[in-house]
Design a protein around this ligand. Structure first.
Ligand code: GLU
Length: 491
């Protein structure tokens, strides 16, 4: 069996967006599954729009996602000679020709077609120029482009796409398309095919928006006498209004970086993106890396476009709720050791990191993270909602203060009293804490819930969270006593 070779060839004209990342992921998965090679090629021939920052952003984004490549990055701009040579070869073999029509002439014909309400196709003016004529025009220094000579006659290009099935494009619907500009630079259809040939690509897995280019590229392959790769086009990703997701229309919310900066775990994002256009027959949603590689197949790619439920303006979710729920799933269930570096990075960025959390207090840090993660959605939550576990300056929600502390006048005395009882404990363990608080409630003849809610508000500033006794043990004796004593006096 021939070795599978797939590629991801982004144009470096902006950040790595979720559509590009999904394409890379599908290719990577296919290579992983088949024991093939995944090649990264930067299509940087559009010098004006390509930037170094974009290249860096793409490489960083893929690396962060854990999408590693086996070869490259190759840079398309380094292969300009290959593209020109291929165009030359096509001219020599009679599959392409030099076209000397000027912009003005073409524009005029286009206008004319428009007036007649006809579709404009290049009319083939230069298709049959004699060798002498071509030589004369060239000798005059007239600029020319190179056009591919599409078969004129019945029939068309027929190919089988792994996702969309049999596709036919009639020759009569394809004009003699340009493959090389007058300045010698190649058009995408040529350079991309020539590079795929050179890189030995066996499977072209890319967005459905490139389906229209495929018949042209197939003609190029055939004219160059090369074997065709297998094509697999993926459905588009649309927003809830059914518009195509794009950098231009949606801005940063569709960039990989956006998720990275908002506390996503890389594999959670990979898992979510994979589901935008691919599914298993039983619609499973959570896949470990190994499992995904095992079950992924080109046949599982859907034809229907997928919807990315962007919710940038929703106060509750900052993106697709499914993305958030998948992230929460991983955040709550992965090995704690795997999670800690992400939490550490967040804490460092928020100025909350204490080197002791990674040394002397490591086991306390790990168990605290483990305790609080069960309600969190992103790693940001550790420094926002979780701030009270790691710092003394944390906010108390207004509503919580009113409902859980101020509403019960007596808590002003009871909370300091609770501090006194807790101070007397020999060990600050969950069981002893619980016992002390329940005893106090009995003694005061109040519902334990009032003391518990009051203590939670004073110690965490929040109305909900993990079991209060665990919370107090995690926050630690000294801090708990201080908060129980001070909070009621603050108001
Ligand atoms: N540079 C092209 C793009 O970013 C590559 C398309 C392809 O995979 O052939 O859309």
């Amino acid at each position: 069996m021939e070795e599978v070779r797939v590629r991801f060839p982004p144009s470096p004209t902006g950040y790595l967006h979720i559509g590009g990342a999904r394409t890379a992921i599908y290719n990577w998965l296919f290579a992983q599954k088949t024991g093939g090679k995944f090649i990264l090629r930067i299509e940087d021939t559009d010098i004006e729009r390509s930037t170094k920052e974009s290249i860096k952003g793409i490489l960083d984004g893929l690396t962060w996602l854990g999408i590693t490549w086996d070869e490259g990055p190759y840079f398309q701009s380094a292969y300009a000679d290959d593209h020109q040579r291929a165009a030359q070869k096509l001219v020599e073999s009679g599959h392409a020709y030099k076209c000397f029509c000027t912009q003005e002439e073409l524009e005029g014909k286009r206008e004319e077609a428009k007036r007649r309400k006809e579709d404009y196709h290049y009319d083939g003016t230069c298709r049959n120029l004699s060798v002498d004529e071509v030589n004369r025009l060239e000798a005059e220094g007239r600029p020319f482009v190179i056009r591919f000579k599409v078969v004129r006659g019945p029939g068309g290009v027929l190919f089988k796409d792994a996702v969309y099935g049999l596709i036919e494009k009639k020759y009569r619907d394809i004009e003699d398309f340009v493959i090389l500009r007058s300045n010698g630079s190649p058009l995408y259809v040529l350079s991309n095919a020539v590079d795929d040939i050179r890189d030995g690509i066996t499977h072209v897995i890319r967005g459905q928006d490139h389906l229209a280019n495929t018949p042209k590229q197939i003609m190029i392959y055939e004219a160059l006498g090369e074997n065709l790769p297998q094509f697999a086009h993926m459905p588009l990703t649309l927003d809830p209004q059914k518009r195509k997701i794009s950098k231009r229309a949606h801005g940063e919310v569709v960039s990989v970086q956006y998720y990275r900066e908002r506390g996503f775990l890389p594999w959670a994002l990979v898992n979510f993106l994979v589901l935008l256009g691919w599914s298993t027959s039983d619609n499973q949603e959570i896949f470990s890396r190994e499992k995904l590689i095992e079950v992924f197949s080109l046949e599982g790619i859907n034809r229907a476009n997928s919807v990315f439920d962007i919710r940038k303006d929703d106060p509750k979710f900052f993106t697709d709720p499914k993305a958030i729920s998948i992230n929460a799933h991983y955040l709550r269930t992965i090995e704690i050791e795997e999670l800690l570096p992400y939490v550490q990075a967040e804490m460092e960025a928020a100025g909350l990191w204490d080197p002791a959390f990674g040394a002397k207090k490591k086991s306390w840090f790990a168990s605290t993270v483990d305790l609080i993660r069960s309600r969190y959605h992103t790693t940001k939550d550790f420094v926002n909602q979780g701030r009270c576990y790691f710092a003394d300056d944390f906010p108390i929600e207004d509503k919580v203060l009113r409902k859980n502390i101020l509403k019960h006048e007596d808590l002003k005395q009871w909370l300091p009293l609770m501090a006194e009882r807790l101070e007397a404990l020999e060990e600050f363990t969950v069981d002893l804490i619980e016992q002390a608080i329940r005893d106090l409630a009995a003694e005061l003849d109040v519902k334990a819930g009032i003391l518990i809610n009051g203590a939670r508000a004073a110690v965490t500033g929040q109305a909900a969270g993990p079991g209060l006794f665990e919370v107090l043990a995690a926050v630690g004796k000294e801090r708990v006593l201080h908060r129980l004593r001070e909070t009621p006096n603050l108001y």
